[in-house]
Structures are given as structure tokens and as C-alpha cells.
Write a protein that binds this ligand. Structure first.
Ligand SMILES: [Zn+2]
Length: 288
């Protein structure tokens, strides 16, 4: 439904390829995707909300970087459509997850098959960075049992609800502490020797949510995970009902806007229908 996009840029005059890979589509309750409430009050709204959003992509970002091939998130897998998928998370969580989300994912859309179409074997991926530990970002992990998986330590220590019960049994990621400064971000971590790929702590959606910034010769690109569901939410200061904290999300918005004020910044949330197109055309975030 959403077409993949690719672009070739340079970093210090070395080529870097970036791919937007759509691993299927998701629709959520409208109040889940946008609400002034959080916590239990927001949850009640999701339950009684009868409307779903339009279909949204589940982007995985692939960076063919001079220092190796990096993945940001792993997308969803087609098994999520089988009725018993959430059972091990408990009766209530199983019912809630089934009621909250709709998925359209084929086996061909899973990340392993799509990497092969780019002539990349999953084993060739140097590292996977997970923006956060929600299922639609980690359910492609089963294709990377031998790959280095990197997670913000804070996200691992404060997971969302019962989701750890659904992680692959072998999943023990490398935990990263974001304790460096980068521009207006007090919690950052440089991921490459060239310091051109940077993890930024962007809490709000979850406590330990991180976004990944790539600095190219042309512009900066922010792979923003679920900071918001689309760029318009950032520009209009609207928040997702599923957020842990709108106050933290608001502070994250301010920092991203500050980054965009002083740098040409392409902003790419994981479920933004326009994100692939913005990557291809390098449409930057305009802050007035
Ligand atoms: Zn999420």
C-alpha cells in the first residue's frame, strides 16, 4: 500500500544510501493516535472509541553507511494477524491489543524478504537500533538472532505494560546509556566513529524512547520513531493518546523544533504516510 523509497546522499563525500521500507500497514483507534488525555483516562477513551484511523505505514529505515549497514527498527511480522498472537501477554492485554489495532501485513513485506530485494542478507546488518520496544517496531527481530541489537537502557528498564512477555525468548539487547550532549539534547550517544549517527533521548511516547539523527552533507535526517504519528502533530503540538507523558512529549517537540531551526532537518516518524516521499525529495521541516 505504501511504496518503498530510496535516496543516495554523501557523508564527507562518501556515498550513503538510505531506504524507507514499508513492512505493512497498521490502523489504530483514533483516540489512541491523538488525545489530550494519557494513562487510564486515555485507555477508557480508546476502548469506547469506535473509529479507526486510516491505514498507516510501519517504516523500517535502512542506512548503507560507510561504517556498515544499520537498521532502525524491524517493523511488524505477518503472524500478528493470527488470533492467539497476544495470548501470552495475559487475558486483558490480549483483548486490548486485538481491539485496538488492525494490521495488513504479508510475509513478503517482512523486513528479511525486503532486505534481500536490496541485495542485503540480514546477517550483513552491523547493528539494529530500536527506537522503543513496542511490538510494531520489534516484531521483525526474529530475523536477526545473530545481529547486535541496541536499546536505550532506560527503555529496557521501564518497558510498556506486559509487552516483555511477547519478546523473543533469546532477546538480550546491548543496552546503551545516552549520557552525552548533542546541541539542545542533554541525553545523546554517538553511534559511529565519524559521529554522524547519533541516538537522541526523545521521551514522551515511552520513557526511554530514542530517535536517531543522521548527518549527511546535504541535510540532517531524524528517524523519529513514535515521537508523533505524523509531522503535522509536531507542528500543531498535538499528542498521541498512547503517550506516557504529554509534558515529556512537549519538551521533545521543543528540542526537535530547535534542531530544525538551526539545521536543514528531514523529519521521519515511523507511521507517517508522507515520510517516504519526504525522504526521497528531502523535504525539510519548516519552523516559523
Ligand atoms: Zn510505539
Amino acid at each position: 500500500m505504501f511504496s518503498n523509497e530510496s535516496i543516495e546522499l554523501t557523508i564527507n563525500k562518501n556515498p550513503v544510501k538510505i531506504h524507507a521500507i514499508s513492512t505493512g500497514s497498521v490502523a489504530v483507534k483514533t483516540k489512541f493516535s491523538e488525545s489530550k488525555k494519557t494513562g487510564v483516562l486515555a485507555k477508557l477513551d480508546f476502548i469506547f472509541d469506535k473509529k479507526f484511523t486510516e491505514w498507516m505505514p510501519i517504516w523500517v529505515w535502512v542506512i548503507e553507511h560507510p561504517e556498515g549497514i544499520f537498521l532502525i527498527d524491524t517493523g511488524e511480522n505477518s503472524n500478528i494477524q493470527t488470533p492467539g498472537y497476544f495470548k501470552s501477554s495475559g487475558v486483558f492485554a490480549n483483548w486490548l491489543n486485538r481491539a485496538m489495532f488492525r494490521f495488513q501485513i504479508s510475509r513478503e513485506q517482512e523486513i528479511d524478504k525486503q532486505l534481500l530485494k536490496l541485495n542485503i542478507k540480514p546477517k550483513e546488518v552491523k547493528a539494529v537500533f530500536l527506537t522503543h520496544l513496542h511490538l510494531d517496531h520489534i516484531d521483525g527481530l526474529k530475523h536477526f538472532p545473530e545481529t547486535k541489537i541496541i536499546v536505550n537502557k532506560l527503555e529496557w528498564e521501564k518497558p510498556y505494560g506486559d509487552l516483555p512477555k511477547l519478546y523473543p525468548h533469546w532477546f538480550q539487547p546491548e543496552l546503551m546509556e545516552l549520557n552525552e550532549q548533542y546541541e539542545c539534547f542533554d541525553n545523546a550517544c554517538f553511534l559511529t566513529i565519524a559521529k554522524d549517527l547519533i541516538a537522541l533521548h526523545t521521551p514522551g511516547h515511552t520513557n526511554g524512547h530514542m530517535s536517531i539523527l543522521l548527518k549527511t552533507d546535504n541535510c540532517h535526517i531524524l528517524f523519529a520513531g513514535d515521537v508523533c504519528y505524523n509531522q503535522n502533530q509536531l507542528l500543531t503540538n498535538c499528542f498521541a493518546g498512547v503517550n506516557i507523558s504529554h509534558i515529556k512529549a512537549g519538551n521533545t517537540y521543543k528540542r526537535i523544533k530547535s534542531l530544525a531551526k538551526f539545521n536543514k532537518l528531514v523529519f521521519l516518524p515511523s507511521h507517517d504516510r508522507e515520510a517516504g516521499k519526504r525522504l526521497k525529495e528531502l523535504v525539510t521541516l519548516k519552523i516559523i
